[in-house]
Design a protein around this ligand. Structure first.
Ligand code: GLY
Length: 392
């Protein structure tokens, strides 16, 4: 009997051991890769100084972007996490240096992506340093973003490059930019930012979500009469399909809505989205989804590691608020374990990007099965959150 109990305990201990994510190993890998990435960034900038951030590797080519690219903030933002993880001043100096390069985007009124571009680096920078100059940048960016809110439609306009396709396009990704508005209200006491965020989020629940809590990608609004013109996609397989990263943005977005408002309807929305994502039968057993849940080519379709990284990070936060905490933590761990085990670049590969196998824009035939900066950012964030280091 005693032997049996000991054996059972041993079995449980080994099982638990196998479940553990080796965070220091994962961070060491990520830091080694990022050292390589920085060398590549600096070499590229010697030739073209207006290129500020590394974005991807496509057809073997290292791709850098200018600061107005929607992904410019992820690289500097990630460096703040390295500093918080290691307390090594080297990362602090690098984070400060590269954060400055996207500063001018605080005045950019031509995009909704200011949360990604400005809040990710400056929000992390402010949390770490409490530098009031960072706070001013965040407030100005929130003012710029607010100019894109239309009260008749009740939403923030996402894209201006809509051409003839849409009158007033709003994409589900836009939920991620609301964090910037909430922080600006906290900093200034001006509730207009907060009200815009709530109105946008409520209309997005109403118009982007389907009965099964999957989301459309692009909803086109009528700014003259209010209401919806049409519901479509840009980056997904079809208008009625579920583009994987869009589902992840929505999950993260409604989780942060609950963080700032404590309104249970946002928690219910995040829970319902999590339920859709986690119970989707098309996702393989490693938890890394295909790029679109409805691509008929599945299982011969590319994965999207970025959607997985965003989902994992969001689930760690949602687990703090939801009664489904245990399930979310288990699912987030599974994704993080898979990413760390089988989706990381070999040291020295991929110009220093940490993860591989993300899909940026398949219908455009671009960034398919590639490393990409936002996958790396949310992966590193998820590693921080796994350790209980919640960054909000
Ligand atoms: N926000 C654009 C994308 O997720 O590709």
């Amino acid at each position: 009997m005693k032997l049996k109990t000991t054996a059972a305990l041993l079995f449980l201990a080994v099982g638990a051991q196998a479940q553990k994510i080796e965070v220091s190993k994962a961070f060491n890998h990520a830091a080694q890769q990022t050292d390589i990435l920085i060398k590549n960034v600096d070499s590229a900038r010697k030739i073209k100084p207006n290129l500020v951030s590394p974005r991807t590797v496509e057809n073997g080519q290292f791709k850098m972007v200018v600061s107005r690219d929607w992904t410019s903030g992820f690289f500097p933002a990630e460096l703040w996490y390295f500093y918080e993880q290691t307390k090594d001043k080297k990362w602090l100096d690098l984070a400060k240096k590269y954060t400055e390069d996207v500063k001018k985007e605080q005045f950019n009124k031509g995009t909704h992506d200011l949360g990604f571009m400005v809040y990710c680096p400056f929000g992390n920078g402010y949390r770490v340093t409490k530098d009031t100059a960072y706070k001013s940048v965040i407030i100005q960016a929130a003012k710029s973003l607010s100019t894109r809110f239309n009260p008749t439609a009740g939403v923030i306009r996402s894209w201006d490059h809509s051409g003839t396709k849409w009158d007033y396009p709003v994409i589900i990704d836009n939920m991620m930019n609301l964090e910037l508005l909430f922080e600006a209200t906290k900093f200034t006491g001006d509730s207009s930012f907060y009200k815009i965020a709530i109105t946008h989020a409520d209309n997005t629940i109403k118009n982007h979500y389907r009965p099964d809590f999957s989301s459309y990608h692009v909803v086109d609004y009528d700014v003259n009469k209010g209401g919806v013109i049409k519901k479509t996609t840009a980056q997904g397989y079809a208008d009625g399909s579920s583009w994987a990263r869009g589902q992840a943005w929505g999950l993260y977005g409604y989780t942060l809505m609950f963080r700032y408002t404590k309104n249970p309807k946002y928690l219910a929305q995040a829970d319902a989205i999590a339920n859709y994502i986690l119970n989707n039968k098309s996702t393989p057993s490693d938890g890394i989804p295909y790029w679109d849940y409805n691509d008929p080519k599945i299982p011969n379709a590319p994965r999207d590691a970025s959607a997985a990284a965003i989902t994992s990070s969001a689930l760690y936060e949602l687990a703090k608020y939801s009664k489904n905490a245990k399930n979310y933590k288990t699912a987030a761990d599974k994704i993080l374990r898979s990413l760390s085990a089988a989706y990381t670049s070999k040291i020295g590969n991929n110009y220093g990007f940490i993860l591989e196998h993300s899909t940026g824009h398949l219908p455009n035939n671009s960034e398919i099965d590639v490393p990409i900066n936002y996958a790396d950012y949310y992966y590193v964030e998820a590693l921080r959150r796994y350790q209980g280091k919640f960054n909000f």
